[in-house]
Design a binder for this molecule. Structure first.
Ligand code: ATP
Ligand code: ZN
Length: 222
């Protein structure tokens, strides 16, 4: 049978907990020095260590069969992919109860804006243009989106945006930049996803077995 490839974040907020969950589920990997591909030693299941942004596409294309990524990234990338290919899917196998954060609309502390409606015609800086556009559409508000890959929270003080839509967990970064959250856009946590393609019978059986083990570890932790 073909081996199963699991994609997780190489380094960052989800990296350690993702690896830890898989190891506690009984998967052992031969760690390679370059830290990109770890061969599974006890089961035909290997690890791919990548940027979190790449995980949804690896799953959609069936390069990897399982992946752990934040719901925020999965949803953003899915919306993006659907622009060209409306049929694109990604199947969630469940939330993992780590990597909790919220995508929030925030404005400068001195701003009078109380809700998204107050930002009509203004500029919103974000790394999540798709989720931000959907939020605007759902609220019937038209505003300009300024896409930034990092340092979104300094955009208002630089004068490049009037508000931001950014990930917040404790609020410390917002406060440090004299911003205040005014509306939640999306709650997120790490989740387990599978590729939309069906595997052969043996592959599906192995996926089921892995899922049962992962769920067992999660229940034991509760
Ligand atoms: P990569 O190099 O893999 O692209 P990154 O810089 O995009 O990493 P991290 O900052 O490690 O990503 O965040 C990964 C995920 O962790 C986020 O997409 C989100 O789901 C989750 N997360 C939890 N809390 C926070 C937070 N306070 N700020 C940002 N992300 C958070
Ligand atoms: Zn990333």
């Amino acid at each position: 049978m073909n081996r199963i490839q699991i994609a997780i974040q190489k380094s960052g907020r989800l990296a350690d907990k993702s690896l830890n969950l898989l190891e506690r589920s009984g998967l052992h990997f031969a760690r390679s020095k370059d830290k990109l591909f770890w061969y599974g030693r006890n089961l035909p299941v290997d690890l791919l260590l990548v940027r979190d942004d790449d995980i949804p596409r690896l799953l959609v294309e069936g390069v990897c069969q399982l992946g752990i990524v934040g719901e925020n990234v999965a949803e953003e990338k899915l919306l993006e992919a659907r622009q060209g290919r409306p049929e694109v899917r990604l199947d969630s196998l469940g939330k993992l109860d780590f990597g909790h954060c919220q995508l929030k609309l925030a404005v400068p502390e001195a701003s009078n804006a109380k809700s998204i409606a107050d930002l009509a015609g203004k500029r919103l800086a974000t790394s999540y243009p798709q989720l931000t556009r959907r939020f605007l559409d759902e609220n019937g508000v038209d505003a300009d989106i300024v896409m930034l890959n990092g340092a979104v929270e300094i955009a208002p003080s630089l004068g490049t945006a009037d508000a931001i839509v950014d990930l917040v967990s404790t609020g410390t970064t917002l406060r440090a930049n004299h911003l205040k959250a005014i509306e939640p856009v999306m709650a997120s946590q790490a989740a387990l996803y599978r590729c939309p393609q069906r595997l052969d019978a043996e592959g599906e059986q192995l996926l089921d077995k892995l899922l049962t083990r992962i769920q067992g570890v999660q229940q034991a932790a509760e």
